[in-house]
Every structure is written in structure tokens, then in C-alpha cells.
Design a protein around this ligand. Sequence first.
Ligand code: ARG
Ligand code: ZN
Length: 867
Amino acid sequence: MADALRSPDQPPAPILRSDYRAPDWRVSEIALGFDLDPARTVVRAKLHVTRNGGHGRPLRLDGDGLQPLSVGIDGVASSNDRWRMDGDALVIDLDGDAHVVDTEVAIAPERNTQLMGLYASGGNLCTQCEAEGFRRITFFPDRPDVLARYSVRMTADKARFPVLLANGDPIAHGDLEDGRHWAEWHDPFPKPSYLFALVAGDLVANRATFVTGSGREVQLAIWVREKDLAKTDHALDALKTSMAWDERVYGREYDLDVFNIVAVDDFNFGAMENKGLNIFNSRYILADPDTATDHDYDAVAAVVAHEYFHNWSGNRVTCRDWFQLSLKEGFTVFRDQGFSADQGSAAVKRIEDVRSLRAAQFPEDAGPLAHPIRPDSYLEISNFYTATIYNKGAEVVRMLHTMLGPQRFRAGTDLYFDRFDGTAATCEDFVASMEEANGVDLAQFRLWYAQAGTPRVTATLEHEPGGGTATLHLAQMVPPTPGQPDKQPMVLPLKLRLFGGNTGRPLGDEQLVLLSDAEATLRFEAVTERPVLSINRGFSAPVIVDTNRTPADLAFLSAHDDDPFARYEAMQQLMLDTLVASVASGRGDHGAVVDAVRETLRNPELDRAFVAEAVLLPSDNFIGDQLPIVDPDAIFRAREALRRDIGRALERDWRQAYEDTRGGAFEYSPEAKGKRRLKTVALGYLAASGAPDIGELAFAQFEHADNMTDRQGALMTLVNGPWDQRVAALDIFYNRYRDNPLVLDKWFSTQALSTRDDTPERVVELAGHRDFTLANPNRARALVGAFGVNQRAFHAADGRGYRFFVQQLIALDRLNPQTAAKMMPPLGRWRRFDPARQQAMRAALEQILASPGLSKDMLEQVSKSLA
Ligand code: ARG
Ligand code: ZN
């Protein structure tokens, strides 16, 4: 076995970016034959290989847990004098420059618990190959710079697997004896092995056609089990909208006659962009009002768009090696963010994206697993599908867009797509395309690809009362990260504007300042009133900004800034400053926040979705990130006290807001969504106020809701509170949705995220529930993953949160190392806590490290976290 079992005396060697070498052998074509069966699938592969360059090295084919049943060279069965196994790899000596190599292996999809390679989900068979799953299916040079044309022939039992799908176009199909049938598919586009896919199952399709700009008619189909068919319209609409959007915004058309999407319940992450055959976690396809929240609807559309956009940013132009992962992921996230922004409120979308960047990426960049968006080394590439590669990667692309403007940015992407179409490219190729298309110099900007850590900017605005000039001092600092003690200043595009503190009017236009030195000073003339600084507007650079703004300045901006993001940001900063002060003092002065919330809430001009975002307090975790030592209980107390004061002081406003958002049957429009969002926020503040009727109000909302947003919103309020209705609501919810795994996930996660004191006991109980299983990644994430981000419960002073977590992670690692390793980071943040917690967290990490048969995935995460 490849990496699942290793002896501790042979530590695996890291892969280095600097070691990249072009492949020794290329594969022009591969013909694959699958005799599909969950217990034993036979895979035959015929590879047309050609020597790349004048070397004398053998052909080395990657494998993972495979044993060849036969090997043939140029049509002749070969005994093992021409080939040998070197660990998991199959090494074949070849004399000439071009050969045909045949291999045959047998695999057992139903025993594949890692969900990489060919596996079974809900009785169907499907594949996941990115990054290195193809080598669990057949022997192949499993690296993204080996591009081959694929033909696939599948045979399977016709009754059990009536639908047989693979990449590209269907060529032919027919029946066999013994109730089996066959199908052949051919993909005309050369592709790397990570984009290979097949699906065999009992599936039905929701179909549509799309006509591309140049008149090609594409057959679209979303394949699901019959019971789910009615939940696929939203995804299908999103697909059509994405196809049109990519033509309009990037000039990119679809290139095959068919585009298939399949939804499966067991999936390690969100979805996968296999050429012409996207495979999705069902949570990013299935949506109807009764089972999906507005947030789920938005996520479905975003992920459908993301995977579709990969057809160009990922498939037509792929990655040379896995160090370039952000080339396709960062860019594609930027593209899907743009798509979503165009479907509703761009401001609210930006707020959501920045909130999740701060929740997931900032802590990563500040902790033991920090890495640049183009890493220099890895042990296990699966560990690098991170918020840094994806979300910070998207921010880096966004900065190029901000600095160049939309037209010049588009000239850069046109050049990039045209020049690198059909090839495996690098991040450098992308940046060089931007430079060349626009005649700009991005030499220093490239540091964003090389340096990890979130830059910190200090902005100090000075103005002499009565004087006519204001001075802004800017300074930047990029913090040290593991392996990178010294950093150079980066290029930071900062959008800023000054406002008059008395009149509220803008003092001049918005400017884009490129801070590229460690320090800079800006002067503003004709400033006759006290200026207030609005900076990093639209979150133009992914940095932390410290300013000398007073609470009054922040309150002022939260009411008057013309940039909605900056307005949100001012309110957040005001809340954060207030909370940080009260964590330190144990007492809070909440007046300024209460006033600012009141003002925002009462402003009729504002979009309800924006109001809902703006009045939300920063999370426990984010407050913790601001403090030198995280005290989870003090943070929770401070936050609850502020919530209670906002709830009490504005009780009538919340009741009013709640009433205003009532009524009307479910509708999926930006306006209706905004109302529902504010409704849940209002209910939460009313609950915090301690008003006696809230248990009843929430329970009524829970019972009468005609959509999941309202129902789950009410459930969440009940599950966080003291009311008896909590137990009834959980029972009703469970019984209503016990056969729907995606909704049952919500039942688990709502409880794992509960702010109640008994949450640590409750999660232990839930892990023993008959519907809990670690074998399904969504379910594991719903309970264990959610618990890991519940700061107060996870860090319970007696350490039971850690004990529970470690036990689950060790068990999960045996089944599914990728999913386990991905959930580990909360434990790695031990340096941020008090000595007692530090010790308990380290002991938990040591316990993982000592567990027998630890995966390479987990080994990398844990050992880096302890270092
Ligand atoms: N490329 C896929 C996407 O972003 C995700 C693949 C994740 N692979 C992994 N080993 N974690 O759409
Ligand atoms: Zn992606």
C-alpha cells in the first residue's frame, strides 16, 4: 500500500517545486477498458508512449495499491524480465522511442473508503482523480503535464448500472449476454489524468440545451437518483447562466457537444471539473425550498459556475505541476465570485467573501500551516487544497483586476487563454501574460505568489485643526511564517477616500494608492474640516489594516461611507474594538455600537441583506484572532453581553424589522432573500434580549415556515437558547427529514455549533447516534468539523472537546485520510492559547502522531503543527 502504512523509520520525503523536470515519457493516447463491478473491477489500459528527449530512462508508471495482472509491450505479453515494481510504481524498460504498453489490474470500488479513484456511493460507481487518484485506477504517469487523448469502454450489469458515462462524447453502446451492457466514450481534447472520470449508475437526468455564441448546440444533463430529480432545476439554471456569463465576460465558449453533471452523496470536497463530466457533492446540486437554505441555493450556483469555468481555467489550460494549483483554483474562484456578484448584490457578495477569507484563510496564514499561494514543497498535495490556494489566490487575481481595470485585465486573460490553450502552464505564465498584454511590470507583484503571511498595514491620518493639509502615513509589514523569517514589502493596492467629519461630504475622489515600499506618506490639500479616512475600500488588498480612527470616526463611516463594503467594515471594526476592549476589562461600553446598529437598522435606503450583514457581530473565532492569547470563555461572555445589550436597547426595532420581513409565500429573489436573512438576525437579537416570548416566537416560525431558511434559522435560535421548545423542534426536524441526508447534516451541525453549555456532551452523544457515520464526509464534517470551529465548546477548559475530536480524527484517518487531515487545523492553533490549553492540545496532537498506520496526509498536518 502506498502511503496508508509506513514504518516511522522511513519518513516520507517532501516534493520540491525546484525539482520539477519535464516528463521522461509522454502519452499521446490511452484506451481504457473497465469491466465494472463494485466487488472486483478489471481495468485494462493501452498507452501509446513516446520518449521525451534523448535520455535512456525507463517508463515509470505511477500506481497506488495496484498489482499488475498482466503487462504487454507492443502487443506481446511480457514476463517480468522487462518490468518490475519499484514500491508502488510499475517500471518498464523500453528500447525504442515509441511503444504501446498494455496493463491490466483489478480494483475493488466497494472497499474504497478514501473516496479517491473508483468508488461506490449510494449503489452507484464514480471516480475522483484530482490530484492523484488516477493511479488508484490504473498505472499511468499521473502528473498534470502528461496530456493524452482518452477512449473509454465500460461494461456493467445493465439492471444495476443502466447509465454509463465518461468524459467527452458518447460514441456507441450496446447489450451483451448475461444482462450486461457496454458503452464507449471518446474525449477529443488531450487532458491530464486528474480530469478523467466515469460514472455507472441507476440515474435519471434533468436535461436542457444551450446554444453557444458560435451556434454549437450543447446537450446539458444533470444526473441524480430518481427521488432527487425535482431538486435539480436550480443547478441547471445556474449552468446555463454560467455558460452565457463566461462567453460575455471572458469570451470563452463551451467546446463539446455534451456537458454532464452527476451528483453523489459521498464526496471528499465540493465538486470536480472532469472534462465534460463534472461530478458533484450532492449538497452543491440539490435544492428546493423545503430542504435548502438561501445560502445553499447560492452555494449551488457558485459551485456549478466554478466547475463550469474550469473548462477553460483548468482544463483547456491546465497546470504544469501541483505547485501551480492556484493558477487554476485562485483564478476560477475569482471568476465564480464575479459571476455570483452579477446575480445579486455585489456588495453583499463581497462582504461574504471577505468574511470567509477572514474565517478560514487569515488563521491559516497566521499559523503553522501557512504557505504561499504557490508553495515550495509538500508531502501530500491533498493538504494544499486550502483557503490560501483558493481564496487568497482569488484575492491576488482580484488585485491584478483592480490595478489593471476590467479591459486590460481581459486583454491579459485573452492572451493567456490563447497562448496556453492545450498546454500545462504555470503561475508565471499567467502573470507574464498580464504584463505582456498591458506593457506593465509586475516584478514586485510576483511576491504575492512567493511570500506567505497576511500583510499588516498601519494607516495614520494627521490633520492640524484649522490647517489646510492632511497627511496620511502608510506602513506595511509582512509577518514571518514557517520557513520564511524575513519578508520583502509587497505591492498593496489600497483604495481610499477622505470624508469631512463635520459635513459628511467626500473630500475628493476615491484614489487607488499602490503601497510598494515599507512606508509612504500621502498629502491631501484643501482639507478644511477634520477628515475621516476610508481605506481598503472594497477590500482592495487582502491585508489587515490598523488605523488611528476613533470609535466616532468608525460610527460616522458606518453611516455615511459611499462604499458599501467600507461601511460594513467600519461597523465591524467598531464592534471588534469594543469587544476586544471588553474582553480585556471584563466590562463593556456598548453605546457606540448600539447607536451605529440602530442607525443602520433604521435606514430605509439600505438593502435588507446588507443590513443583516452589517449588524452581525464578528464571530468568537475572529475576535480570538485579534487577541494575543485567546480566552474562549471571556470572548463568549463579552460577545453575549454585547448581543444582549443590542437586543435589549433596540428590542422594538428588532420586533419591527422582524414584522417587516414577514408574510408572502416563498420566493427566490434577491429581495426576498434579504428579508429572510434579516429576519433570522432579528430573531437572534430578540433571543439575546431575553424577552420572555422568544421561545414561542421561534417555535412558531419553525413550525410555519414554508422554506428551509426560516426553519433552520428558527431552529438555530432555539438550539442556542434555554427554551423547552428546543427539544421538540429537534425531534420534529429529525423526524421530518430523517431520510434526507443533506438536511440531517444540518440537524447535526446546528447542534455541534450550539452556544449552549452542554454542547461538548451533546456532540459525544450525537457521535453515537444511529445516523452518524464517519464514512460519509458530509456527515463527518457536519458533526466533527462543525464542532472544531465552535470555539468555546471545542476549547472547553477540561479538555473534553479535544479528546472527542482526536478520537474522531484518528478513526476517520483510517477510513479517509484526506477528509480527516482537512479537519485537523483547529487543533494546530495551540500557540494561541493559555498554557493549560496549549498542553492539552499538544498532547492531543502527539496522540494522533503516535497512532498506528497514520496517513501521510495527517502526518504532514500534525507534524507541521507541532514544529
Ligand atoms: N478541482 C476541484 C475544484 O476546486 C477540487 C478538487 C479537490 N481535490 C482534492 N484532492 N482536495 O473544483
Ligand atoms: Zn476548483
